[in-house]
Write a protein that binds this ligand. Structure first.
Ligand code: C2E
Ligand code: MG
Ligand code: MG
Length: 254
């Protein structure tokens, strides 16, 4: 599998796609999440959950992740320059990447090469990864924060979370998992969970982004609960850079 993935990377088979991140108050785009796609010969896409997990097991995620970061940082730097806006870039960090000994060095190299302002970069880490060896996680996150980079806790509510560590982790933003958003506003349990997560995050000084927002009633409920940011098909799917630019940054065309 490692060899197959390495070949795919060297043949340029992977793509980075960009999904808009929205400020709920104004509905403006404040950034993008970079997501990886691996098109197959039969015109389908390999499911990211599957090939990312395979890349994680084989260790290839370290190379793939570095490529995604560099590609997305280059692209977002171009968009920032064209638009004159500090568009944010969110990149997922897997467990193996997060604990890789030269993670900081790699990130610093990419920031240097692409000239991306580190304060416009944020990494998404799942709570399970963050809580595993939480003491080490705190150290790594602090180093990232010292570079000016933001940290989001991805898929919040689905993994293993310790509240005693949550309050100690230097996290800027909690991303509520889309499984809690899906049945808003019909499922009263989900309404309770989502509003409680938002209240807790705010009490801990963290901001909140809701994933998987697909409908107007979902967006309205989340906004009423004080959720600052959202992401989902209501606002836009993850698409390749030229399409993203045409759809979301039309005035920035040269
Ligand atoms: P994630 O980081 O939680 O990314 C959000 C996922 O939700 C994406 O799935 C996105 O396409 C999907 N999504 C966004 N809006 C909606 C919506 O309104 N409704 C629904 N049903 N889904 C929505 P995707 O692209 O399939 O990625 C799945 C997961 O694979 C990601 O979850 C992330 O954990 C992982 N992944 C993807 N690309 C990378 C990467 O470059 N590196 C790492 N480490 N992981 C990645
Ligand atoms: Mg993510
Ligand atoms: Mg997520």
């Amino acid at each position: 599998m490692h060899q197959r993935l390495a070949n795919a990377l060297s043949y340029g088979e992977f793509h980075v796609v960009y999904q808009p991140l929205i400020r709920m108050e104004t509905r403006e785009i404040i950034g993008v999440e970079a997501l990886t796609r691996w098109p197959q010969r039969d015109d389908t896409f390999a499911p990211p959950e599957t090939f990312i997990a395979q890349a994680e097991t084989s260790g290839f995620i370290v190379q793939l992740g570095e490529w995604v970061l560099r590609t997305a940082a280059e692209q977002v730097k171009i968009w920032q320059t064209m638009s004159g806006k500090p568009l944010r870039l969110a990149v997922n960090l897997s467990g193996r990447q997060f604990t890789q000994h030269n993670l900081l060095r790699t990130i610093q190299d990419v920031l240097h090469e692409t000239k991306l302002d580190p304060t416009t970069l944020e990494f998404e880490i799942t709570e399970t990864v963050a809580m595993h060896n939480a003491e080490d996680s705190i150290g790594i996150m602090r180093q990232l924060k010292q570079l000016g980079i933001g940290i989001s806790l991805d898929d919040f509510g689905t993994g293993y979370s310790s509240l005693s560590y949550l309050k100690r982790l230097p996290i800027d933003k909690i991303k509520i998992d889309k499984s809690f958003v899906r049945d808003i506003p019909d499922d009263t349990n989900d309404l309770a969970i989502v509003s409680a997560i938002i209240a807790m995050a705010h009490a801990l000084g963290m901001q909140v982004l809701a994933e998987g927002v697909e409908t107007e009633p979902q967006a309205e409920f989340l906004h009423d609960c004080g959720c600052e940011y959202a992401q989902g098909y209501l606002f836009g799917r993850a698409i390749v850079a030229p399409d993203f630019q045409e759809l979301f940054l039309p005035t920035t065309r040269p």
